[in-house]
Structures are given as structure tokens and as C-alpha cells.
Write a protein that binds this ligand. Sequence first.
Ligand SMILES: C[S@@+](CC[C@H](N)C(=O)[O-])C[C@H]1O[C@@H](n2cnc3c(N)ncnc32)[C@H](O)[C@@H]1O
Length: 429
Amino acid sequence: MSATAGLPARQAAMRLIEAATLRRGGLDAALNEPALRALSPEDRGFARALAMAVLRRLGSIDRTLDSRLQRPPPEPVRRLLRIGLAQMLYLDTPDFAAVSTTVKLAERDNATRPYKALINAVLRGLAREPAPEPSPEADIPPWLFARWAAQFGQAEAEGIALNARSEPPTDLSLKPGLDATDLVETLPGEVLPGGSLRTRRGGDVAAWPGFETGGWWVQDAAAAVPARLLDVQPGEAVLDLCAAPGGKTLQLAATGATVTALDRSEPRLRRLRANLERTGLAAEVVVADAEAWADERQFDAVLLDAPCTATGTLRRNPEVLYALGPAEIAKLADVQHRLLDAAAARVRPGGRLVYSVCSLEREEGETQVLAFLRRHPDFRLTPARPEAVGAPRDALMGDGWLRLLPGQWPERGGLDGFFAARLERTPAA
Ligand SMILES: C[S@@+](CC[C@H](N)C(=O)[O-])C[C@H]1O[C@@H](n2cnc3c(N)ncnc32)[C@H](O)[C@@H]1O
């Protein structure tokens, strides 16, 4: 793939990197731009892989380049050097192809043409004599790494940073009745403790055996834990309050419960509806703001998988690194606080609430739950049993919540980071 991908694929990668670093969600939007869609599937795949490699390893790449440059180059030159080096270090592009295509791209632009010789010399030099691999924290903004080290310790923070560098495996959640060990024959992989199938197969998921018939859906093993923690029974009325694109809605619907899936984003709910249709599962779908939903119903069980900074999913969304600052954490913590209050009002007396986020930040996890319990004395935390929900044993923390860390299960390929807590409302007197 990489040896044959040409200049358009590399230009597309540069466009993706630019879009991802300019604004959150930019990468997804740019993947749908006409210029990207016009590429062949192989070139599109190469462009995406190259962009992801640069975004995941930007700190390391720049450090390596700076070790070979006497003074900082103009930004357009640095951008070219980054994609050249990323191909040499993190993709399987032969060095000569990475160097020659980068030099050809430099030739095309007045701003970079005068630097052709420099680009050629720096990349060739690194091909001959590679620089040492920078430490894991090189790819994480120092303020963020320092937070993780303070919260989880240096070794765990390094595990998180290493995970953020890696290409994630694809985990599949299965409809009840399907056995992951049977699926392994067509989709080679490992069955994880919660029952997810972890496959290393790549490429377009929609072309995999079993996709059309809807027996499974893509969902990281960690993301499958919160819905299990809700322990839904057939026939119960369940509300999924921030539901789209719907991995957890599918899990809840698959239990035989009557599920209401609410989200304020119509485009994201379109994906949820498509997933329901493909899997043959049923849920009532509501487009509404959770804080202003004009419906008085209460439910046996409520899942609030709240919007968050998503620092637990950096390997999938490395662009988060470029959009995030401490102010963003505070802003989202405020949103989560309000959504938790809205969720509490939907839980019938004696019912339960699971709160989850794919963030590693304390303000979005532990702090939210402790503050919630102070505001809502009619709720109490019920300790989780990690083995019952497919979570690593050491995910159990504090008063009984779960903190799944990306560095856990390293031998299996890691996890997304998740926080999940189960709360129960006092029964009516
Ligand atoms: C973390 S995602 C949910 C992922 C989903 N639970 C799943 O498993 O696929 C958070 C969702 O919250 C939705 N959201 C954010 N604020 C909301 C609000 N005030 N009311 C309803 N939905 C909201 C977003 O549109 C987004 O789809």
C-alpha cells in the first residue's frame, strides 16, 4: 500500500493533519471532504494512517527533527519533514519512497522549494542513523502528563502515554446467543473476559463477515463495561440519556429491556438508528436536550454516558491532544454536573443510575460522583464487581467505582480509559 501510494495521498494526509489540529472533530469532517473521498480506498487508508501516525507521535517526531536541525525551519517545511519521518518510523514505507515523495512535494510549493536539499539531507540522515526513541511522555502535552502522573503515579502515566501511541485493536460486542468462540473462525482474535471479541483484522469493518447480518457491533471492551454495570433485566424500562452513536444502546436493547435512547444530536442519532436496523434490535429514539426533555417518565435504570474530554481514547482520537486545555476540563465538568442532576430526576425510587465517561480526569469522574452524592442524599454508591462486568480486577477503586486505564491489560493490547460508577436511589417509603 505505502510503496504505491502517491503524492495525492500524502497531500491528503497533510490536509487531515491540518484539519485535526485546527479544531475538535476536524479529522472526521476532513475525511468526508470531496478531495479525500475521490481517492482510491487504498490511498484514503494510507492518508488516514499517515495522519494518525503524525498526530499520535507529533512530540517524538518534532524532538527527533530538532535534534538534526540547526535552527527551526519554516512551518511548511516542518510539516513536510513530519510526514516524511512518520512514514519512515511508523509506517512500512521504504525510506527511499518516503524521502523522494517528500522532496517531490517540496518542489511543488514556492514556500518549500528552496528547502528541498535540506529536507533530503535531514530525512536521508535519519534513515542512515536513526535518532533514539523519545520517552512515552514526549507525545503528551506536559500539563496533561503531569496531571496523570499526580493522579495515577509515573509508571501508570507512562502506560497511558504508551497506549496513546498505539494502533488500537477492534473489539466486537456480540448479540446474545452468538458465541465469540464461533466467530473466531471467521474473524481471528481473542475472546476477552466480558465476552467481547478482540480482533486484529484491519480494513473496512462493513466488509467483514457477519456485518450485514448484524450479529455484532464495534465497541471497545472498556466501553462495554458501563452498560453491564447497570445490570438491566428483561422487561425493565431503561433510559440511555446520551445515547448516540449507540454502542451502549445496543447492549441495553439486547438484554430484552424496553429502551429509550435520547441524544440531542440528530446526525449522531442517524448512526444509532442505522445500528439498530442492522442488528434488528429495538429502542425508542428521542432527539432532545437531556436537561429540557418535556417528558415526565421515570425509569428502572438510567445510563448517563456523558460528553467528556475523551482523554481515555487518545489512541483513537489523537486530535483531542490539540484541542484540549485545562479550561475545557472545567467546562465539561460543569456540563456533566448538570446532566447528572437531569439523569437523577429520571430514576424511579429504588431504581439505579450508571454514570460513565471516557475521560481520565478526576474532575469528570470521581469528583462528579462525590459531589453528586452530596447533592442527592437519596442516592448511594453501590460497589462494582469488576469480574461481573468484564473489567480488569485493578479497575476497582475508591468507594467502589471503576477506573479502567489504557495501560491495563497491556499484554492484550490495552483498553480505552473509562470511569463508571453505579448509584442506587432509595426506594419510596
Ligand atoms: C460520549 S457520547 C455518548 C456515546 C454513546 N453512549 C455510545 O455508547 O455510543 C456523548 C453524547 O452526548 C450527547 N449530548 C451532549 N450533551 C447533551 C445533552 N444536553 N442532551 C442530550 N445529549 C447530549 C452528544 O450528542 C453525544 O452523542
